[in-house]
Design a protein around this ligand. Sequence first.
Ligand code: DAH
Length: 330
Amino acid sequence: MKNLEELIKSADTLKTLEEARIEIFGKKGILAAEFVKMKSVPNEEKKAFAQNLNIQKTKLTELFEQRKETLEESALEALMQKSAIDVTLFNGVNESGALHPVMETMNKIIDYFVSMNFSIQEGPMVEDDFHNFEALNLPKHHPARDMQDTFYMNDGTVLRTHTSPVQIRTMMQSKPPIRMISPGTVFRRDFDLTHTPMFHQVEGLVVDDADKVSFAHLKFILEDFLHYMFGDVEVRFRPSFFPFTEPSTEVDISCIFCKGSGCRVCSKTGWLEVLGSGMVDPNVFKAVGYENVSGYAFGLGVERFAMLLHEIPDLRSLFEGDMRLLEQFR
Ligand code: DAH
């Protein structure tokens, strides 16, 4: 039986081991042939013969199992070597991330106002009716509420439709003088080329003694800000309406694409509307309990600025995570 052990030990692949198995343990194998020999063994030797044979068989089986395990392990090892990926290998790609154009634009806007000594205030995205509407001179059933397609929640709260409620929160939490901006996310039920259900605004508010804040201050800050953002453009203040300001104005810049001569982006008007503003309405001051003060406020959409600065035609593309767009902002 010595040479049978050799046969197993010398098998160096799973294939030759399988051949050895058939040769030794198979139906017509060597062990089977040994058992057949039992017939011709004298009766008194049969027991010892069979015992011996069974011991040998057990030994060989153990040896076979061990060998099989060893060969299987090395086969697996070889497979892993062959298909191994060297994760430390340099793949030639060396890409860095970048700020999303909306955040980049937001930061630029914030930088300006911080440099002008405005503080940054934040408020909740889920707002109550009082802060989002009522205190901003938008009583229930006021037709101007239709200007904003609101997401209403079951408990009567809303997803804030603008960052203006932070004005109210700031005025109620502190005392004048106030000089703040509030950058943040806002929500409206709207989805097309220039609207997404979630977008960003920056709200601004300045409040001080009645003789200290005038429309001239508003005009100066916004003109200076728009020159900082868009360079050498003309700035125009156009009479408008907002419930929370009186008088109200919408602010336009001369079209940065056609320089005012009229093109597709400015709808041939030569002007681009970029923000809303005005002198804080007395009803707003009443709602927060302020007296003998004056103030101006403004609000702008960050996406609109980013689209103009980067000539992005479809607002929705800003939120699709398409690398072909985002890669251009590295
Ligand atoms: N809240 C306005 C909006 O979402 C923007 C706005 C306009 C804010 C005029 C103001 C303002 O503070 O004075 O459309």
